[in-house]
Design a protein around this ligand. Structure first.
Ligand SMILES: Cc1ncc(COP(=O)(O)O)c(C=O)c1O
Length: 386
């Protein structure tokens, strides 16, 4: 029996918002994906930074199965065992400044909540964010996002956003005023090209926010949960933010986001909320995912595997690579050529990688990827970029 034409169904009945790759994925294990014909792919995209613990980790699968059998929904007006334990765990693994968490369903929702909480907590209305930053697609998050192609079609947007270049402290100094509710930054810009914030710059940002009474929101939606070699990228900077937004890998693929909150965040009952936020299945999945991250020491593993990958990359002369930017297993290869044809050829060779702008090839593999799989990826990169 032949399969239905899944591609035609998606192309004709879904909205054509996403540039599609030519494969129908049906199964995943660890760092591997399998298509409908059982072809095996090495996955260096991980669902765009979601499958940090690997695809279908057995402990996460078991937690989801058990929770589905016990309880699938409970409103936020009732208490829930898994939700409460997840809140405890999230605060425990977060920087000391984080005291509470608001649970939601995606990254953009976590950002949206942070923007709203910043306004009500400060009584101010303006924000400063970074050029080449990316924060999501809802109206507030897209207003915070610099790239015009994401923003312009949807104008008029939320007013009051100022964009500054990353790592230029004088520009930020000039932009933050007594009207600024919050500065929001990624410590490593993911979609914008794997651009890493300098330590000195981030120290300066924290100081300027404190001097002017502005809150500091760090968007760890892509960098969080061991991706950069620490539980949170903030730890590389010894940074204590007022809010941290997380999502993506928090529940290994079950939709979830969270806004992690410091003491200065004050909201009144009824001001904000969401039906599915902290639902039992997502909470159980997140609890199991965070346990796997701790038990399997995935932050350390991200450093070790990232170091290995970098050594392997450096051992091969790749004339088409301008530079490699990396923190843990968040990797950007700045190419001298466009990344898209290279990504397409990698796909033909059964390696899935990502773009980050026109000339950056981004690798966000599951943190459980092994050295043999890395060797295969580097060999293909070498053949394509030598
Ligand atoms: C840094 C960052 N913030 C926010 C988002 C938006 O998250 P979501 O797609 O879950 O809404 C993303 C998604 O790529 C992201 O990388």
């Amino acid at each position: 029996m032949t399969n239905p034409d899944y591609k035609a169904l998606e192309d004709n009945l879904g909205l054509t918002l996403y540039p599609k790759r030519d494969a129908v994925m049906v199964r995943g294990r660890g760092a591997l994906l399998y298509d409908e014909h059982d072809n095996e792919y090495i996955d260096c995209a991980a669902g765009i930074g979601v499958a940090n613990v690997g695809h279908c980790h057995p402990e996460v699968v078991a937690a989801i199965q058990q929770q589905a059998a016990d309880l699938m929904v409970v409103p936020n007006t009732l208490y829930n065992d898994k939700r409460s334990l997840l809140l405890e765990k999230l605060v425990k693994v977060s920087p000391d400044s984080i005291k509470r968490a608001y649970l939601c369903n995606s990254g953009t929702e976590a950002v949206e909540a942070a923007l709203k909480f910043a306004r009500v907590s400060t009584g101010r209305t303006e924000y400063v964010t970074a050029m080449r930053g990316f924060h999501g697609r809802t109206m507030g998050a897209v207003s915070a996002t610099f790239t015009k192609k994401y923003r312009d079609p949807f104008a008029p947007l939320v007013p009051g956003f100022n964009y500054v270049p990353l790592n230029k402290i004088d520009k930020l100094d000039a932009a933050v005023t007594e009207k600024t509710a919050a500065v929001m930054l990624e410590l490593v810009q993911g979609e914008g090209g794997v651009n890493i914030a300098d330590r000195e710059y981030i120290n300066g940002v924290r100081r300027i926010c404190d001097e002017r009474g502005a809150l500091l929101i760090i968007d760890e939606i892509q960098t969080g949960f061991c991706r950069t070699g620490r539980f949170f990228a903030c730890e590389h900077y010894h940074l204590q933010p007022d809010m941290i937004t997380v999502a993506k890998s928090i529940a290994a693929g079950i939709p979830m986001g969270a806004t992690l909150l410091g003491d200065r965040i004050k909201v009144e009952p009824g001001m904000h909320g969401t039906t599915f936020g902290g639902n039992p299945i997502a909470s159980a999945a997140a609890l199991a995912t965070l346990d796997v991250m701790e038990n399997e020491k995935l932050a350390e593993r991200a450093i070790e595997t990232g170091d290995y990958l970098q050594l392997r990359l450096e051992a091969k002369a790749m004339s088409q690579v301008r530079s490699v930017r990396r923190l843990g297993l968040m990797i950007g290869l700045e190419l001298k050529v466009k990344s898209q044809p290279v990504l397409e050829e990698l796909m033909r060779r059964k390696v899935i990688a990502l773009p980050a702008g026109a000339t950056v090839l981004r690798l966000l593999p599951p943190l459980v990827i092994d050295k043999q799989q890395i060797d295969v990826v580097v060999d293909h990169l070498h053949e394509l970029l030598a």
